[in-house]
Design a binder for this molecule. Structure first.
Ligand code: PLP
Length: 456
């Protein structure tokens, strides 16, 4: 097949409402091909070097379980653009909702002239987030912005200032969220000074700390009480499963113990579900996996099928603590993004996507666990639903093996499979496939991962 920007003939039955792209891995050039390379050269000249990329292609179409590049290569997508296109790229319900809205009006600014879709998204989030207490929502543009606003709201409500984040945390790249994020390179190095009154507590990391959930929580709580004091603490913020930090699933009892301590000490418990939200973990929100009801939840990534939207949802009395005009932004809750979110939430609730996340998770966990049994360099396989990772180590010492991880990821991409790495030590490959991926394609992607590992 020759290199071309034309994509091949449509499939008659696209999976789960995506565009009609052939669901196949197809390499017609090496990666990057000439057209992709041309774009990467322009990028190097025109785009700030600080904005990196993982997969050296020029994307021209995506849907189901593939991303197609300008050279005609079709890559298996095991990353969903970092857990964003959970529904599948260009999902038909999202496309229709966006097309209808964009022809109606594109912006009024919700703080100037309110419109219905913003309110409907707030109602939907108040309904589908954990807990049946009275809730309210505010909408923003990015995960980092949602996190910033959750902290603002918690400080205003409690009249306190300190905030606790955890080891291996990732909460974004703005100034306050850099302070909350645990990893220096590439997220913080040289970008200080950082916001004050941010403290860091130890996480539960069962593969490495060997502690029970309650014991790990007791360690964190002791540090908080000794070094900060509950009387000064506005909020504890934590990802129920660490995302960028390595898909670390805390031991049973860790999160419930923290929530209970927060309740007893007038501290707002914020679950940062920007990566874990919207069916990804096999429930609508990961908090449900651990039996916790957060005071506030931040959401973004999967919320709107790829359009930029973010939210803070939580207890009405906390969300209402801010004076009018204290929260908002020019674009927050843009009507096109809200239309997309309503379509996406409809699909999450009514098209069997939670069940599908669990099916995808069974395939991922089954295949990766088999790999672990056969190869001691796969130290740990962990996750929930369709959010699963493998941690690579030197078998004798369990020391992180970042070089092996990078080599496996690079080989996968060269062979037409998009995988993402993560982890404080850079030794984790995370799997976040779109739920629209056909089983056969997912299995083929995992075959490539296995052979990439075997070749190292
Ligand atoms: C991605 C992410 C963020 C930041 O979201 P942006 O939209 O990139 O600002 C915050 N928290 C978590 C848990 C994330 O995964």
């Amino acid at each position: 097949m020759s290199a071309s920007t034309t994509v091949a003939a449509p499939l008659s039955t696209p999976p789960l409402g995506g565009p009609s792209l052939p669901q196949e891995r197809r390499l017609v050039t090496s990666i990057p091909g000439p057209r992709s390379q041309e774009l990467l050269d322009r990028k190097a000249d025109a785009v700030a070097s600080g904005v990196g990329h993982t997969v050296p292609i020029q994307a021209v179409a995506a849907g189901g379980g593939v991303v197609v590049d300008a050279d005609g290569n079709s890559l298996i997508d095991l990353g969903s653009g970092i857990a964003v296109t959970t529904l599948g790229n260009a999902h038909s319900k999202v496309v229709a909702a966006v097309q209808a809205q964009v022809a109606q009006f594109t912006h009024t600014c919700f703080m100037i002239s309110p419109y219905e879709s913003y309110v409907a998204v707030a109602e939907a989030l108040n309904r589908i987030t954990p807990g049946d207490h009275a809730k309210k929502t505010a909408l923003f543009n990015s995960g980092a912005e949602a996190v910033e606003n959750a902290i603002k709201v918690a400080r205003k409500y409690t009249g306190k200032q300190a905030v606790v984040a955890f080891d291996h945390a990732y909460h974004g790249r703005t100034n306050l969220t850099m302070a909350l994020t645990a990893k220096a390179m590439p997220y913080k190095s040289g970008f200080g000074p950082f916001a004050s009154e941010i403290y860091r507590a130890p996480l539960s990391y069962p593969y490495r700390d060997g502690l029970s959930g309650p014991d790990a929580a007791a360690k964190a709580i002791s540090l908080i009480e000794k070094q900060i004091g509950a009387g000064n603490l506005a909020a504890v913020i934590i990802e129920p499963i660490q995302g960028e930090g390595g898909f670390i699933v805390p031991a049973d009892g860790f999160l419930p113990t923290l929530v209970e301590w927060c309740r007893a000490n007038d501290v707002v418990f914020i679950a940062d579900e920007v990566q874990t939200g919207f069916a990804r973990t096999g429930s609508m929100f990961a908090s449900e996996q651990f039996g916790i009801i957060p005071d506030l939840i931040t959401a973004a990534k999967g919320i709107a099928g790829g359009l930029p939207l973010a939210a803070v949802t939580g207890r009405a009395e906390i969300m209402d603590a801010s004076h009018t005009g204290g929260l908002g932004g020019t674009y927050g809750g843009n009507p096109i993004a809200c239309a997309a979110a309503l379509a996406a939430i409809d699909a999450f609730e009514n098209d069997g996507l939670i069940e599908r996340a669990n099916e995808v998770g069974e395939i991922l966990t089954g295949r990766l666990t088999a790999l672990q049994a056969a190869d001691p360099r796969v130290g740990d396989v962990r996750g929930r639903g369709a959010m699963v990772a493998a941690e690579f180590v030197h078998p004798e010492t369990k020391e992180p093996d970042a070089a092996l991880t990078a080599a496996v990821a690079k080989a996968c991409i060269a062979d037409g499979v998009i995988v993402l790495t993560c982890g404080t030590y850079g030794n984790v490959i995370r799997f976040l496939p779109p739920l629209s991926i056909p089983d056969a394609l997912l299995n083929e992607g995992l075959d490539i991962v296995a052979s990439a590992l075997a070749a190292q």
